[in-house]
Write a protein that binds this ligand. Structure first.
Ligand SMILES: Cc1cc2nc3c(=O)[nH]c(=O)nc-3n(C[C@H](O)[C@H](O)[C@H](O)COP(=O)(O)O)c2cc1C
Length: 204
């Protein structure tokens, strides 16, 4: 099944992964879908690395299912990373919860291929695809910077080393400048949430 049309190409595609627990509770988190092109066949293969401790990993281990939601909404990335999205955000697609407003949905089955000390590596096999909306968009540095800032914020909390934290604050300031200069209101709102949550009183 070719996912390029749905926005998932070679390299790492940052999406919102939605899952449910065995009891049916939905969850959303930003996750990278890793796509490698098989040199022999030219076929794309898809993988995810799920770090230990996340609800996403717990749900995938319980159900062997996940969905990729393709969106460029920076606020959704930040909220899915740090808050619980309310039930109103979710719809159902092929038996998995998805984000109702996403541009495309891909439902996957997961196959565990390797366990490492800090993450589990899965191959993910697409079983259903739905494209809701095709968007043509020029690159916006503000969006890219807001996504980098969100990744940094998820790592900030688990970083113990003070020197490393100082470096992260410097990077965060740089991303904030780019968002201020290039971003839309949506990216500015996302940065506002990040600042409020993680960098209040930390010199940022
Ligand atoms: C853009 C972006 C990409 C991310 N990619 C991954 C990933 O590939 N694997 C992972 O385990 N965590 C990744 N994270 C971190 C998780 O989203 C984060 O730990 C989240 O809080 C997990 O939520 P959950 O406990 O609801 O699953 C990423 C975060 C961001 C902002």
């Amino acid at each position: 099944m070719e996912l390029k049309e749905a926005g998932i190409g070679e390299g790492i595609s940052e999406v919102i992964v939605t899952t449910k627990s065995a009891s049916g509770m939905p969850n959303a988190a930003p996750i990278g879908i890793i796509t490698v092109i098989n040199e022999g066949t030219g076929e794309p293969l898809h993988f995810v690395k799920l770090y230990k401790g996340s609800q996403t990993l717990a749900n995938v281990l319980e159900t062997n299912m996940l969905a990729a939601n393709v969106t460029d909404d920076a606020v959704i990335f930040v909220k899915a990373a740090f808050e619980h999205l309310s039930e109103a955000h979710f719809a159902d697609f092929a038996g998995v919860p998805v984000l109702a407003k996403a541009n495309a949905w891909i439902a996957f089955t997961s196959v565990l291929i390797e366990e490492r000390s800090d993450y589990l590596h899965f191959q993910v096999l697409p079983r259903a695809v739905k494209i809701n909306r095709k968007e043509i968009k020029a690159i916006n540095r503000g969006l890219n910077a807001a996504i980098e800032a969100a990744i940094l914020a998820t790592r900030f909390d688990i970083t113990k080393d003070e020197r490393e934290k100082k470096e992260m604050r410097k990077l965060m300031e740089r991303y904030a400048e780019i968002v201020k200069k290039c971003g839309s209101r949506r990216e500015k709102e996302a940065m506002g949430i990040l600042k409020e949550k993680f960098f209040k009183g930390s010199g940022f």
